[in-house]
Design a protein around this ligand. Structure first.
Ligand SMILES: Cc1cc2nc3c(=O)[nH]c(=O)nc-3n(C[C@H](O)[C@H](O)[C@H](O)COP(=O)(O)OP(=O)(O)OC[C@H]3O[C@@H](n4cnc5c(N)ncnc54)[C@H](O)[C@@H]3O)c2cc1C
Length: 279
């Protein structure tokens, strides 16, 4: 672990963005991804810009239309216990509470889980299923990235080096989806997912009533729209067909957590269980 790091803690987004212009600078939130990566020698920034002193990034704001905005520095522990999340976006709470353990989630943030762009990021599947928008600030101004365009590959997000994620927005149209995040890992306790399957359903009158997303079985977290369409058309009675379609759609690898064959089979099993539980 380098000992001669510069540490800067700006109090505004504009100040943070200006500091990032210096080469060798990395953003820091909870540090639960970044610091282990530095210890392992996989990342070697010379300067850390800590975003946790920026007051506006700590807020969870409810919009008048029923949407919710979660600031980049909000820890997962606050996300999973927020009344607005529990009431209107429970799928996000379901996924957030599977990350590590409670003490970790008091530091680890939703934005950090997203920006690390791990294929196994547990909250990514909920954000995909809920059509979240990622708000970004940079010297070029502010913009919004639809979550479906955010994940490009393992560890690779659609962010330029100067981009600062400021908040994650859950649209009102995604409120009301309920369901389950079924997750297998090698052991109980802290371990990344070997397979994660989220199945959600809305009882409202929305045209799209099913949501299906997968973690740890492709180079990026996956949303399975074709499986959702199948379920729209045929309902929960098509659980077996949906399971087979998901099994075919995933692209798992073999690694220390499980073989590609095991992962593919488990996707089928968990999609079937998730759909049947909502039938
Ligand atoms: C013991 C342990 C268990 C874990 N278990 C799980 C698990 O079960 N499931 C899971 O999904 N994850 C797990 N993780 C990974 C980790 O906790 C999460 O990914 C966490 O949410 C990252 O958030 P953070 O605030 O710590 O991010 P940080 O480590 O501070 O940052 C993550 C990355 O995002 C960049 N970044 C930070 N802020 C911004 C910003 N505003 N804009 C752009 N880029 C930014 C950083 O430079 C860094 O590259 C585990 C980690 C540990 C150490």
């Amino acid at each position: 672990m380098p000992t001669d790091l510069d540490y800067l803690a700006p109090t505004t987004v504009d100040e943070a963005i200006a500091l990032k212009a210096m080469p060798g600078t990395a953003w820091l939130l909870g540090g639960t991804d970044l610091l282990p990566q530095m210890r392992a020698g996989r990342k070697a920034p010379e300067r850390l810009v800590d975003l946790k002193r920026i007051p506006g990034l700590h807020e969870i704001r409810e919009s008048a239309d029923g949407g919710l905005s979660i600031g980049a520095a909000v820890p997962l522990a606050d996300v999973e216990t927020h009344p607005g999340v529990l009431d209107r976006f429970p799928l996000l709470a379901e996924c957030a509470k599977t990350v590590g353990a409670w003490p970790l989630r008091q530091r680890a943030t939703l934005a950090g889980n997203l920006c690390n762009a791990s294929p196994a990021a547990d909250t990514a599947v909920a954000l995909l299923a809920l059509d979240a928008e990622v708000k970004v600030a940079s010297t070029a101004g502010r913009r919004s990235i639809p979550i479906r365009e955010f994940f490009l590959g393992p560890g690779l997000a659609a962010l330029s080096p100067g981009d600062l994620v400021t908040e994650i927005v859950l649209p009102a149209a995604s409120a009301g989806f309920r369901g389950s995040y079924l997750r297998l890992s090698r052991r109980k306790g802290m371990d990344l997912a070997t397979v994660g399957v989220l199945v959600g359903k809305s009882n409202g009158t929305l045209p799209a009533r099913w949501r299906v997303a997968l973690a740890a079985v492709a180079p990026t977290p996956l949303r399975l729209r074709a499986v959702e369409e199948l379920l729209e058309a045929k309902g929960a009675a098509a659980a077996g067909e949906a399971a087979e379609a998901a099994r075919v759609a995933c692209r798992p690898i073999t690694d220390l957590r499980g073989s590609a064959e095991y992962r593919r089979e488990m996707v089928g099993v968990l999609v079937r269980r998730g759909v049947e539980s909502l039938g």
